[in-house]
Design a protein around this ligand. Structure first.
Ligand SMILES: C[S@@+](CC[C@H](N)C(=O)[O-])C[C@H]1O[C@@H](n2cnc3c(N)ncnc32)[C@H](O)[C@@H]1O
Length: 281
């Protein structure tokens, strides 16, 4: 059975368990349902695969999702058998009753303050993930320093976030907007986006990949852009949305000799996959 089908069936099981119970987890249920309906699961398949490849059979590996939102990745990992999965976020969207209900005793969700030290000891985690968070973080330096503090020596981070040179900004639904300086961006947003420019200017802090790598290298021994690996390996045919375009993209990237050029072109318009390592000594 394909990995996507395995996780699909895990989510269906979870939905059934929620249905069978009297506890009202409406938000969580809606979230899971929309993931099933919109093919959004593909987005979570990649961090799950990275963690599985890294942790192999070590189901006791300690994992933190830094900016976990409603905790979908945490739940998928717990359902897949990882027992030590933790989530933090500056907003309480993760209903942690679900952890108690499913008897995930070593898992947790903690509400944190922005730029506040996280409530974990140094060198606690084997893996830290972050998905679509860093574009909302103003103090990127603090975020990387906390991630590094919490990681065990030899541990890794899998961070994914849109970067400043990505032509299309999915938050404001505008093209090339981040190529402009902040003041002009606000004007353009006021004209073209659904939300006002002030709001977006205080909500989006996209930076270039090289900026992120430079800051990350203050705290990690290795930082690598692995976006190509993701867009090459994800099975685009499984998307339920614009599958024709994705199918063509998938074929172009698979071409002999010129496939790598297409991977580079498609990577530019994709969010970055930044892989970080903390040295083991
Ligand atoms: C687009 S959501 C992504 C949530 C989740 N990672 C996912 O993939 O479903 C971005 C999340 O980042 C959180 N966030 C923003 N700034 C943060 C910070 N400084 N520290 C931790 N989380 C943060 C937001 O509250 C929000 O839940």
């Amino acid at each position: 059975m394909s990995k996507i089908k395995v996780v699909d069936s895990l989510i269906k099981d979870l939905l059934k368990k929620i249905d069978d119970d009297t506890i009202d987890w409406v938000d969580e249920k809606q979230n899971l349902q929309s993931i099933m309906e919109n093919g959004g699961l593909v987005d979570r398949m990649w961090p799950v695969k990275l963690i599985e490849d890294y942790c192999e059979e070590n189901s006791a590996a300690k994992i933190l999702d830094y900016g976990c939102g409603s905790g979908i990745l945490n739940l998928l990992l717990l359902l897949k058998g990882y027992s030590n999965v933790h989530g933090v976020d500056v907003v309480e969207k993760f209903d942690s009753k679900i952890l108690e209900h499913m008897q995930f005793d070593n898992a947790s969700f903690k509400l944190i303050g922005e730029d506040e030290r996280l409530p974990f000891d140094d060198a606690t985690f084997d893996v830290i993930t972050s998905s679509l968070v860093l574009e909302h973080v103003e103090n990127v330096d603090f975020y990387y320093s906390e991630a590094s503090r919490l990681l065990k020596p030899g541990g890794v981070c899998f961070f994914n976030f849109p970067h400043r040179l990505k032509p299309y900004d999915s938050h404001s639904r505008c093209w090339f907007i981040h190529y402009f300086p902040k003041s002009i961006r606000k004007l353009l947003w006021d004209i073209f986006a659904r939300q006002d420019g002030d709001y977006l200017n205080n909500y989006l802090f996209l930076k270039t990949v090289s900026y992120h790598k430079r800051i990350a290298m203050k705290y990690f021994s290795h930082a690598e852009n692995r976006t190509g690996n993701r867009i090459k390996e994800i099975n685009f045919v499984n998307y339920k949305g614009s599958s024709k375009i994705r199918l063509i993209a998938s074929k172009l990237m698979g071409l002999k000799y010129v496939g790598n050029i297409f991977i580079k072109i498609f990577s530019l318009n994709a969010s970055v996959d930044l892989y970080l390592e903390k040295s083991s000594y």
